[in-house]
Write a protein that binds this ligand. Structure first.
Ligand code: VAH
Length: 321
């Protein structure tokens, strides 16, 4: 039985760094190749092999997959919602062609599994606002959401037609302290902790009552690994699974921080990202994921806040209860 050899594409990004480290803990450092167009994230240095790789260069990617005897690919490279609205054609091209390159190579090389993240950004203003279900009206109004929804159908097509075992989650906004996100509408929920610790104040670019589906990174990593380790016959969704962690507004996350930093000053100055946030549901129904492979989140907003403040690189040794 050949040992699993995993290629993580986009390994220097917010999810990629932590997923690479988690996979290395499971499969062994040398069995997980980290790759990105960007330089190696310092958090990965010395933890395993790293290659510079452009997911848009299909031939180079194919050579790496063959040369490294890759058996699984985790594709995390994407342009997120806010940046995507500034570069619609680039966002579509990267998010779509990158996925098609990986799916084609997975078919040709008979890879054992592929992971590709979708997002709650696939939902639009005509989707139910609360407890948005797995199957519903889905009319995305951002290029990011359009590309992710189209990508879901490509995943389903490659599974049904070619038997590629590609699996996917519709991530909510993800919050973490190890590596900053880039270009997302939900990035405020990451920045707010850093600004609270560093400057004691933050100007939020969303309005105080903008409820959005969110998830703490440890939950997102566990959801990903539990999905990928589930038996194939348990997977009934081959587009992408709804998964939920929590939902909160900027005012609520501010209040959670102020329990520990009472002087934290939170102001609001909505910008173009408000329109994007307003097009998304406020909460997600993830009952299909719970039924199929036992999904269950572990973090709520206050538990996340204590963990974020205690582990944040800017916390200067302070301890929070
Ligand atoms: C974004 N963080 O803001 C991503 C996420 C649900 C949003 O997909 O674009």
């Amino acid at each position: 039985m050949q040992k699993e050899k995993i290629l993580v594409i986009g390994a220097s990004g917010q999810i990629g760094v932590e997923l690479t480290l988690a996979l290395r803990n499971i499969y062994g450092n040398s069995q997980v190749i980290a790759s990105d167009l960007r330089e190696e994230n310092p958090l990965l240095a010395g933890t395993g092999p790293y290659v510079s790789l452009d997911v848009m260069n299909k031939e180079m990617l194919h050579v790496q997959v063959i040369r490294q005897n890759i058996t699984q690919i985790y594709l995390l490279a994407a342009m997120l919602s806010a940046t995507g609205e500034k570069n619609p054609h680039l966002a579509w091209h990267l998010n779509m062609q990158g996925l098609l390159n990986v799916l084609d190579i997975a078919r040709e090389e008979k890879l054992s599994k592929v992971y590709w993240p979708s997002s709650i950004a696939v939902f639009g203003p005509t989707s139910p606002r609360r407890l948005c279900p797995q199957h519903t009206v889905i009319e995305p109004t951002t290029v990011y959401g359009i590309s992710k929804y189209a990508g879901e159908f490509w995943c389903n097509y490659y599974h049904k037609r070619y038997g590629v075992d590609v699996r996917s989650l519709r991530y909510p906004g993800l919050i973490s302290y190890k590596s900053l996100p880039g270009g997302g509408t939900t990035d405020y929920a990451v920045e707010i902790y850093q600004e609270a610790l560093l400057h004691g104040k933050y100007n939020c670019y969303l309005s105080s009552d903008t409820y959005l589906p969110m998830m703490y990174m440890p939950d997102a990593l566990r959801a990903t690994l539990e999905l990928m380790e589930a038996p194939a016959d348990a997977i009934t969704i081959r587009t992408s699974y709804n998964v939920a962690g929590m939902s909160f507004s900027p005012a609520e996350i501010g209040a959670s921080i102020q329990k520990h930093l009472p002087d934290f000053d939170l102001q609001y100055k909505p910008d173009y990202r408000q329109t994007i946030a307003d097009s998304w549901p406020q909460s997600i129904d993830d009952s299909v994921a719970r039924n199929d492979w036992g999904w269950q989140p572990a973090y709520d907003i206050d538990r996340m806040t204590v963990d974020m403040l205690n582990n944040h690189p800017e916390n200067k040794g302070r301890r929070f209860q």
